[in-house]
Ligand binder design. Structure first.
Ligand code: IPE
Ligand code: IPE
Ligand code: MG
Length: 242
């Protein structure tokens, strides 16, 4: 039986979500894919605002992957514009809700205007502690580990680090997520049961939920149900529990 979701001690501290299904949601309505992305962006506020009551301290959302550049130029451009608008529109509400926002992913390929809005939002919300929202934008797990390995190699090459110091904890400090605990629960909407390059290293022992709901239909009530299910799981981390 699912445990009481108000029992936060057994709930996930860090929930990560692969927000998938915007395109299909729009297609079902005979509308262009970007219509689905706009509907998807509007869903984010309710989910973020639900976190404190659900005992979720860290929420990480996958907004754009390193592979999503393969989409049409008009979809990519529309998404980039949507990200800029999202930051401009939501900054005030995020701040007032005590949300600290940070971004993970490679910023080098993003346009300057978007990157400066991302930087400003991080600074603007830097003292907030109610919820830690991390937005993965131009993020890929392999790309992140590759960039970390490059920086690590440079440290060694320049004599600041010895190869003998490289262990899992050391490598974690070179990842984009260095400020984050590992996710406890990873949710993917839209019925696909794959992780599509999301938090590969960090999710080693995460619990997964693959649900059929398309992202623009996902609600805080459904998040609450998934968190309730999580409370009933036995996380063993490789050990044996009684
Ligand atoms: C997720 O929705 C949003 C992004 C990847 C940017 P999709 O756009 O992947 O929606 P589907 O999977 O085509 O339905
Ligand atoms: C994963 O969804 C990326 C995001 C949700 C941002 P995709 O729709 O890009 O993943 P695939 O292509 O179905 O694996
Ligand atoms: Mg998709």
């Amino acid at each position: 039986m699912a445990k009481d979701i108000t029992d936060h001690a057994s709930g996930p501290n860090h929930v990560a979500i692969i927000m998938d299904g915007n395109g299909r949601w729009a297609q079902q309505r005979g509308r262009p894919r970007l219509f689905g992305h706009h509907a998807g962006a509007r869903r984010v506020r309710e989910i973020v605002e639900a976190c404190p009551d659900l005992g979720v301290k860290y929420l990480t959302i996958f907004a754009f992957s390193t592979e999503n550049w393969k989409r049409t130029q008009s979809e990519v451009a529309g998404l980039m514009k949507l990200f800029r608008r999202y930051i401009e529109k939501e900054a005030k509400a995020l701040f007032e809700n005590g949300v600290r926002v940070r971004f993970i992913g490679d910023r080098m390929k993003l346009d300057d205007k978007l990157v400066s809005l991302m930087d400003e939002l991080e600074i603007f919300t830097a003292d907030n502690t109610e919820v830690h929202l991390t937005i993965a934008l131009n993020y890929g797990g392999r790309d992140e580990v590759t960039r970390a390995a490059q920086r690590l190699a440079l440290e060694i090459e320049q004599g600041r680090l010895s190869h003998k110091d490289v262990d899992a904890e050391c490598l974690s400090k070179f990842l984009d997520t260095r400020f984050l605990p590992d996710p406890d629960l990873v949710i993917r909407t839209s019925g696909e049961a794959r992780i599509s390059n999301f938090l590969l290293w960090q999710s080693a022992y995460a619990e997964y939920e693959f649900i059929d709901t398309l992202w623009p239909d996902f609600t805080s009530a459904e998040l609450g149900t998934l968190i309730g299910n999580y409370g009933g799981r036995d996380r063993r981390f490789g050990a044996v529990t009684a």
